[in-house]
Design a protein. Structure first.
Ligand SMILES: [Zn+2]
Length: 593
């Protein structure tokens, strides 16, 4: 297979994401009072509602609605005041009532966007040709074409429309029938609609198109539109015993744990605005940081409380017609998301270049084998016979409720990053990383608040970005469990920033302070580590070394700059490693000039 960079020169990858997030920080489930506790003894947190027993009536969890409204506001969505719950029917043991309660054409949050800053090597994934005017056309045609992902349609589709009533959708909007409102005639109508939507592209709303803006250093900013965030409930967890990697194929028996069934879940669907695996990865990371900051979920990709599916199709650069897309599952880490998409793009390119055809299918990413394999083939659109849930009244969110949610939103990661960069004078990349995790951010602010902005604050940032994660990984504990105090990190940063100790010694002191809980000042004094930065004391070593190395001194005077490193080394040796190397450097230059 060709490399991704080669493929993306000829082919445009059109990527959309669907991201499920369990609202794990809530106490109770979506429609009943059962506790959310996935690790508890199986089938202990259940009741007639989440077991789907006849006659049981659901009652929506108001705090879950608060959480989704916050998620919508934090991702620049419009909050829909009037929406309702729908039943999505399917027959499978992980949902005992045989339908999942979800939302219809109107979701609580719609039409949002997040701006991605793509830098460094990641920025190079988007080829030169994918900027400028061509990109604006590409985005317009992808959006108009994307079945199930159009802004225009969901805006006009009336809420409360049952499955089968889709024929009332105007042809211009049919190309965009939402996945939630797929109906009997959807496939044909959608195909027809896509063509007419494209033909009438002048009528397509291009005002908010997500055209990337490129910066001088090769990085770029690209807005990614969010189609919707809707509320639904999670299904039960199934464990297949005896099958390979816990899969159903070859399993001897299947076990069901209904503890997870009914857990509030929000699903975010992006417009197909993403063009590289790196953008997809960054979007997911950014969303995770926002949700962590909102405190609505533990956002663990490992445990599955945040899950991502990727849709990807290819088309020749310059073409306005979308290719057939495949859906990728099991993207359960940022690396899997990036690598799975990258593989799938290259695979599709190979098939297409050999004259083959891409089938609309769901594929499973196998990280260990670095490939995607077919899970199931989709012949036609799923028919879920979606209709409004008669047990749940339509929602009318009041302005007061929405404003109450808005007022509770804490400072979001982007704003925090900008403030750290501005107020503490630290590097943007470090600020971004620190601001993304609320616990780390609070620790940083406490430590950086105790030192001067600029060099000292940057040293605090360096310790938190580099030393701290390495230490926590090795110790196998969280920041809270580590017992580390912001004051210790501030004190260590001061020692490093003033060159009282070297960076190597800083590493040693970090480990010592984590183990003993002592202040770095004390550790440095006890171990006699303090670097000598008194120029008077250092000058004596410099004089001694220059007297002992006249040849090297002459070489430097003759223009050989490199020999300075040797002389600094001799000074360090003479001072038994206690001299400040930067000062030796300066003093030697002065003496030899
Ligand atoms: Zn229950």
């Amino acid at each position: 297979m060709k490399e991704l960079s080669e493929v993306l020169k000829d082919w445009e990858a059109v990527i959309g994401l669907e991201i499920h997030t369990e609202l794990t920080t809530l106490d109770t489930k979506m429609f009943c009072g059962c506790k959310i506790g996935h690790d508890d003894e199986p089938n202990t947190n259940v009741c007639p509602v989440c077991l789907g027993l006849p006659g049981a009536l659901p009652v929506p969890n108001e705090r879950a609605i608060e959480y989704i409204v916050k998620a919508g506001l934090a991702t620049n969505c419009e909050i829909q005041k009037h929406s309702m719950f729908y039943r999505k029917h399917y027959f499978y043991p992980d949902m005992a009532k045989n339908f999942q309660t979800t939302q219809g054409p109107v979701a609580f949050a719609m039409h949002g966007r997040l701006d991605l800053e793509v830098t460094g090597r990641g920025a190079a994934e988007r080829p030169e040709c994918a900027f400028g005017d061509a990109e604006a056309e590409s985005l317009a045609s992808a959006s108009a074409n994307a079945v199930g992902l159009s802004t225009a349609m969901s805006r006009d589709l009336p809420e409360g429309m049952a499955s089968g009533a889709g024929s009332s959708v105007k042809p211009d909007h049919a190309g965009a029938v939402s996945t939630m409102s797929q109906n009997d005639s959807a496939p044909e109508e959608a195909a027809e609609g896509a063509t007419s939507a494209l033909a009438g592209m002048s009528g397509y709303d291009t005002a908010n198109l997500a055209v990337p803006v490129r910066h001088e250093d090769g990085s770029y900013t690209v807005p990614i539109r969010i189609l919707r965030i809707h509320m639904e409930e999670d299904a039960a967890k199934m464990v297949h015993v005896g099958g390979e990697e816990g899969r159903i194929g070859g399993a001897a028996e299947s076990l069901i744990d209904y503890n997870r069934c009914g857990t509030p879940l929000i699903e975010l669907v992006t417009e197909p605005d993403l063009r590289t695996p790196e953008e997809a990865r960054l979007f997911m990371e950014k969303l995770r940081r926002i949700f962590l900051t909102l405190g609505i979920s533990d956002c663990s990709m490992e445990k599955g409380s945040m899950r991502c599916d990727g849709n990807v199709s290819l088309r020749r650069r310059g073409s306005s017609k979308l290719g057939t897309k495949t859906e990728l599952k099991n993207l359960n880490s940022f690396k899997a998301l990036h690598d799975g998409l990258a593989y799938e793009i290259c695979r599709q390119a190979e098939v297409l270049e050999e004259g083959g055809e891409i089938y609309q299918e769901t594929r499973h990413w196998e990280p260990s084998r670095k490939r995607t394999v077919v899970m199931r083939t989709k012949e036609t659109a799923d028919d879920y016979r979606l209709f409004p849930d008669p047990d749940l009244a339509p929602f009318d969110l009041s302005d007061a409720f929405i404003e109450h949610c808005r007022a509770e939103i804490p400072e979001l990661p982007d704003a925090k990053r900008d403030r750290y960069e501005r107020d503490f004078g630290i590097k943007r990349a470090d600020a971004e990383q620190i601001a993304g995790d609320p616990e780390t951010a609070a620790f940083f602010e406490a430590a950086a608040g105790a030192v001067a902005a600029g060099k000292e604050a940057q040293t605090v940032a360096n310790l938190i970005v580099n030393e701290l994660p390495a230490h926590l990984r090795a110790a196998g504990c969280t920041l809270a469990e580590s017992g580390l105090e912001p004051a210790q990190v501030a004190s260590l940063a001061k020692l490093l920033a003033s060159d009282a100790i070297s960076s190597n010694q800083g590493h040693e002191v970090f480990e010592a302070m984590a183990q003993t809980g002592d202040d770095p000042e004390k550790i440095v004094d006890e171990r006699g580590m303090r670097q000598v930065s008194d120029t008077g004391a250092l000058q004596a070593y410099v004089d001694e070394v220059l007297a002992n190395c006249p040849d090297q001194a002459q070489q430097y005077r003759d223009g050989n700059q490199k020999v300075l490193g040797f002389l600094v080394g001799q000074c360090m040796r003479a001072s038994k490693g206690q001299g400040n190397p930067k000062l030796f450097n300066e003093l030697l230059r002065q003496a030899l000039s």
